[in-house]
Structures are given as structure tokens and as C-alpha cells.
Design a protein around this ligand. Sequence first.
Ligand code: SF4
Ligand code: SF4
Length: 439
Amino acid sequence: MNLVEQVKNAGVVGAGGAGFPTHVKLSSKVEWMLANGAECEPLLHKDRELMLHFPAEIIQGLQLAAQSVQATKAVFGIKSKNKAAIESLEKNRKDFAFEIKEFGDYYPAGDEYELVYGITGRLIPPAGIPLQIGVVVNNIETLYNIYQASQGIPVTHKFLTITGLVKEPMTVRVPVGSLISDVLKVAGGSTISQFAIMESGLLMGKFVKDLQKPVTKTTGGLIVLPADHPLIQRYTKPPAMMDRIGHSACDQCSYCTELCPRYLLGYQVQPHLVMRSLGFSVMGPELWNKYALLCCGCGLCTLFSCPELLYPREACERGIENLRAIGKGKWEGSTEVKVHPMKDSRRIPLKHLMQKLGVTQYDSHAAFSDVKFEPDQVQIPLKQHIGNAAKPIVNTGDKVKFGQLIADVPDDKLGAKIHASIAGQIREITEQFIIIERA
Ligand code: SF4
Ligand code: SF4
């Protein structure tokens, strides 16, 4: 069996957030294979911890992936501040000739477009993917999973950082489908009674509305903050109110655009123009909404740049939705991309970003802990990836072994296989989940 089949059978998807099925990426032929270790979400340290504790597996994952796509160059992108992780990779280098490209401590260093440009000097076409310019990018944890797949081990667990107001901030490995409420207990629970949780990041992550939500193959971390923290208040503002405030208070200063990482890379993203769609819509909002189409949702404009504390990122998200609804969701503008001359001098240091977000005091090392967490029940989502949801191939009442295939996707459809993350009995199957109770 070749690596592509092994990775497909193991249900590997991009663990860094998007969840794109990895076997599809590995089916291509490219020049560059990049490892994205430039973790940039404040307070999350999962990838750094993985490089420190599993360097040999990650390097072998990169080597196997590079061989699979016949890449001639293999490069890790890592922040210079993570010296111990860099040393850990260097020590385990053996005979595989990979390079390490170091980045400064700014946000969003780990954005795929930024990383590809920073390492290769190539710019991904507007609305395109790295493959179009001869590049494949895999997250650090994905490379670990590729190595595991080569050993016949499917994806059953997820690494994540649990941090903020918990008793013992740490990075751990938990079964996919574990409930957030249970996972919190691994870190000793919250230190305050009135808390709120952000999942997978303060900027690109999501506010957790329901603690009974499961961890998926793409969950990067859980950040516990006071329920009345200004960041939580911003995330819980109703969209209509965000629009109303934007309509009345945006003075078109354009700071949101001038500091937008995608705009500075040379793409036609201009959130201050999108903000006009909230008020100046005589000619139709689509006139302005098209400047949202290449937005990556990094959140800098809303959470850092706007002096009025408005919501340009959310305006972009709704602008894209509205354009899709009328069949105009594809980028049809210029394909020319020219890096802004001020790009390097307008980078946002992570330290400043954390101060602005009011989270500096919650930063902790969150070192990896090999604690064994065995929940009594897991609720495994059938769609944890880009593409089609997997279809259950088990029935309620069946007994399943750890690592057994429980949901599959037809060969001709994009998607990823799902495996049992604990041994037990299928308690319930819904359109969204398979629930397994520990034997
Ligand atoms: S930074 Fe804020 S006030 Fe200025 S243009 Fe953007 S949304 Fe409007
Ligand atoms: S979220 Fe804002 S800053 Fe980020 S890419 Fe979109 S418009 Fe630019």
C-alpha cells in the first residue's frame, strides 16, 4: 500500500484548522513540501510542544510526504523564539536534508499564504491554493499523523492546548469526540465559576456556546477566559448590532485595510470598503462586498486595527455570504498580486496583539503532559473535514474496537474516514454523530 492509501485509510485531515483531507494533497506532484510550525494564535503552544516531544515522528512524516509528492525541497517554517523546538528537530535530522526557515513573532505568521511567500517567495494566486504554484503545506500535527498512518495507525486522538484560567495549563492528547466539559477537567477545571471558552484560538477560533460540544480532528486548543472578558463580549455581540454600530461609527479611516495581512501581501482585500456596504448601499452592497472575497478571516482588523472597535472581519464574512447567495461568490477580479512596499514594517508583533486583546496575563508555557484521558463516552462528528460527511458503517448496539473504522466516504467523493477513538458499544447514531460508550 502506498502512502496516499495509508493516509486515506487512516482518515488524516489537516489538523491545523481547515481539515482538508491529506491524501488528496499527497496525490500531487510539487517542488516544495512545507511544514507549518509557525503557530501564531496567542496562548496556543500545541505545535511547539509536538516538535519538542515527537521530533522523529514529525520529521519522518515530512520525509514521507515529500517523497510522495516528489518534492525536491522540504522546509519547516518555525518562529525563531521556539529555539528548543528548532534544536529538537536539528538533533533528529539524521540523513534527511530538510531546511528550517525561521520567522519573527508576529501574527499571522502561520497563515498559509504568508508562510508560502515567506519560504518560497511565491504568491498563491487570488482565491487559489499552494498546489497551483508547486507547493504543499502540512501542519506539524498532520505530519505526525502521516507518520502514524504509515505505521497503520488511524487518527483517533487530537493534541490540544488547554490554557487560560484553568488550574494546570497544559498540552494534551485526547480521544476525538471527547466533550469539552470533560477535557477541561484534565487541566483541573476552571479556576473561576463564571467562565467562557474560545476554541482553537482567540482570533480565528470560535466562542464555545455549548460545553457538550466534542473535540474534533481540527480542534487546536481551549482557552478559558472570564465570562465578562471584553473579547468574549465582542464575540457574543449579535450580528445585527455589529452592523448597526458599523453603519453609524465607521469613519472610513481605513486602518483596517492598511494593516490587513492579505492586503499587504498584495491581494484585493479592503475591509474599509466592505464596511461601506453597511450604509452606502444605493448602488447595491455587492459593489463593496467584492473586496471581502479574498479575506482569510484572520480577525486582525476587528480585534487589533480598528480604533472604533468595529467589526470589519464580520462585515467581510457576511459580505462573502451575501455574494454567495446571489451566485457571485467567486473571485473574478485581477489575478495580479504585488506585495505592498510597507508589508514588513506593518507586521503586528504577537506581544502587542496580546496586550490589545487583554490576554497577556493568561499566557503560560502549557507544556505537553502525557496524561491518559479516557472518557466514558465520545461523540464523534461525521463531518470533521472539508468535503462530504462520512456515512456510518456500524449500527446502534454494535461493539467496536479502538481504532475500528466506523464511518466511511465513497472513493469518488472528497472526505475522510472516521475511526472509533475508544473501545465500546455504539449507543446512538444521528445524522451528525456516532456516540460510543466505553465498554
Ligand atoms: S478601521 Fe474601523 S473605523 Fe476605520 S475604516 Fe476600518 S472599520 Fe471603519
Ligand atoms: S479578517 Fe480583516 S485583517 Fe484579516 S484578512 Fe480579513 S479583512 Fe484582512
